[in-house]
Design a protein around this ligand. Structure first.
Ligand code: DAH
Length: 339
């Protein structure tokens, strides 16, 4: 019996030694100590042992069991430590590696330009309002002094939904909508998308953006218009910027003007940017036509006002020295990533 136990013990030790992983160790445990294991079967054979020898043999079996259990436990611990170490090695993090850049989006140059314009006018006490992109002919043309058959209508050919509804050609209809509400005085800008059936080229697109401005109050004069737009130009293009008002015609303002700013690239000397003239056209403006005030329910004897309209893309192109408007719409990340 003693020899048998000795053999089991030795065999178990060899098996434990050669176990390569935790599963194999467990197999050894089952084969030796398990319910049908070698040692267990020895215990089952106790009935064949002479009664006086039983305590002795029992003790021997227990000692062998304990010894094997101990060695198994040690081997298991060692193996687990090894596994842990290997795992740690495999998962090592090199903290000196450069981090992956987080590719977050950012504002479109049009949006940057718009927010800049909004900031300037909000600073002067203006409110920002919006109007519909699909507009009644009535607001887009009629109430702005552009009646049926007026030549100015041809210049702003657009997309007609039907005879009465168009995609707005300008943000100016917001003027009529705000005036009609009858809350005076008015100090507002109205940014938004406008449409014209223009061919796409470096300076034209069938869809672009404008920012409308309108002030209506008592005693508003052309001097207020000039002062306001001069301040706007200085804030937008720098304190050295000069402005020039050229007489022009818009049906809804009288008198009307186009405003040029001194070229911020060459300071007015003339360069490629301003096509040698030293000046760059930026907007249209004028004193709100008395007839327009009247059509919108405001008494032109009591109130006067001025209005202006700026092309948003034009500002973005000028500010960032972009020479083709199409770049703003192509969504090429190589271009957009520069802002
Ligand atoms: N809506 C005009 C355009 O599209 C721009 C404009 C000119 C707006 C003069 C105005 C203004 O409010 O007073 O060309």
């Amino acid at each position: 019996m003693k020899e048998k136990l000795q053999k089991i013990r030795e065999h178990a030790m060899v098996q434990i030694q050669s176990a390569e992983n935790l599963n194999m160790l467990n197999d050894v445990r089952v084969a030796v100590l398990g319910k049908k294991g070698e040692l267990t079967s020895v215990l089952k054979g106790m009935k064949d042992v002479a009664p006086e020898d039983r305590p002795k043999v029992g003790q021997l079996v227990n000692e062998t069991r304990e010894e094997i259990e101990h060695v198994l436990e040690q081997a298991k611990k060692k193996m687990e430590a090894l596994v842990r170490e290997e795992k740690l090695k495999a998962e090592v993090i090199d903290v000196t590696l450069p981090a992956k850049k987080n590719q977050s989006g950012h504002r479109h140059p049009n949006t940057i330009a718009l927010e800049e314009v909004e900031r300037i006018f909000i600073g002067m006490g203006y409110e920002v309002v919006e109007g519909p992109e699909i507009e009644y002919d009535l607001y887009n043309f009629e109430k702005l002094n552009i009646p049926e058959g007026h030549p100015a209508k041809d210049e702003q050919d657009t997309f007609y939904i039907n005879k009465e509804i168009v995609l707005r050609t300008q943000t100016s209809p917001c003027q009529a909508r705000v005036m009609e509400q009858g809350k005076l005085p008015i100090r507002m800008i109205a940014p938004g998308r406008v449409f014209r059936s223009d061919e796409v080229d470096a300076t034209h697109s069938p869809s672009f953006h404008q920012i409308e401005g309108l002030v209506v109050d008592k005693n508003i004069t052309f001097a207020d218009l000039k002062g306001t737009l001069e301040e706007f130009a200085k804030e937008l293009f720098g304190p050295e910027t000069k402005t020039k008002f050229r007489p022009h015609h818009f049906p809804f303002t009288e008198p009307s003007a186009e405003v040029d700013v001194s070229c911020f690239k060459c300071g007015g000397k003339g360069c490629r940017f301003c096509k040698g003239s030293g000046w760059i056209e930026i907007l249209g403006c004028g004193m709100v036509h008395p007839h327009v005030l009247e059509m919108c329910g405001i008494d032109p004897e009591q109130y006067t006002g001025f209005a202006f309209g700026v092309g948003l893309e034009r500002i973005a192109l000028l500010k960032y020295e972009i020479d083709d408007m199409r770049l703003l719409y192509e969504n090429d990340i190589r271009f957009l990533g520069q802002f």
